[in-house]
Structure formats: C-alpha cells, structure tokens
Design a protein around this ligand. Structure first.
Ligand code: ZN
Length: 133
C-alpha cells in the first residue's frame, strides 16, 4: 500500500522539501497536500515540489497559548502569513525574528520580505517554518 499523503508530506519536510499537489484539471496547487483540489474538488492531482520561496506578508505572534502542547517548548514565536511563489498562501512559524513590538513594526514598515523554508523538528514532528532572507 502506498504511504498516505500526510506521511509523504512530513517525510519530505524532514528532507527540507515542500510537497504539494497540482490539479490536472484546473492547474491549482494545493498545499499542504490533500486528496482533492482546493479549487475545483477534483482528485486528479499530481505531486509537485514547491520552490519554498515566498513573500512574508504579515508577521505577528500569539499571546494565546500555543494551539498544540507540542509547541509550548518553542513559544513564544513569530507567526507569519506567506505567499509562496506558486501562489499558495500558508501560515507558519517564522524563525529568527524577535517578537518585540519594535521588530514587528519594522517588518510591517518594510513590506513583503523574502522568506525561505527553515524546517524545524519539534518533539519528533517535522514542522513547516520559514526564515527571513
Ligand atoms: Zn482543480
């Protein structure tokens, strides 16, 4: 039996690769990958490797406790909205950014900045994160 989409996604992440699905009908890219195209619902999709390059559009940090206890040990962390080269929007941890108000404000004033993947391992799970170029 073939590995699940989830397993393939996380295994690739561990190797620094971002895998998504590209729809054979409408061409939309679904990331993280799921069984059906996010745009048209078709399940005729093929694997693609995303470049990982993107623009950081918005940067913040959570005052609320991390959504999963797994992230408690790395909190507090910066959190960003990223538009990947392939047109996909993702939300992820942004490494290497201080979460003090002045730093966050400076990113806001700079506008979109380039980011690249910076995959982390948190308690045995590969986690998608990015860092500013
Ligand atoms: Zn589609």
């Amino acid at each position: 039996m073939a590995d699940s989409i989830i397993k393939q996604y996380y295994d690739a992440l561990g190797k620094g690769k971002l895998l998504g699905k590209k729809c054979k009908k409408c061409g939309a890219v679904t990331f993280p990958p799921t069984t059906a195209c996010k745009k048209c619902g078709s399940n005729e999709q093929e694997w693609i490797e995303l470049s990982g390059k993107g623009k950081l559009l918005y940067l913040s940090h959570g005052m609320a406790p991390p959504p999963n206890p797994r992230f408690a040990e790395i909190a507090p962390y910066a959190y960003g909205h990223i538009k990947l080269e392939e047109g996909v929007f993702v939300q992820a941890i942004i490494n290497g950014v201080s979460i003090d108000p002045d730093t966050l404000k400076s990113y806001y004033e700079r506008g979109p900045v380039d980011v690249v993947p910076d995959i982390m391992e948190v308690k045995g799970l590969n986690v998608l994160a990015f860092k500013v170029m």
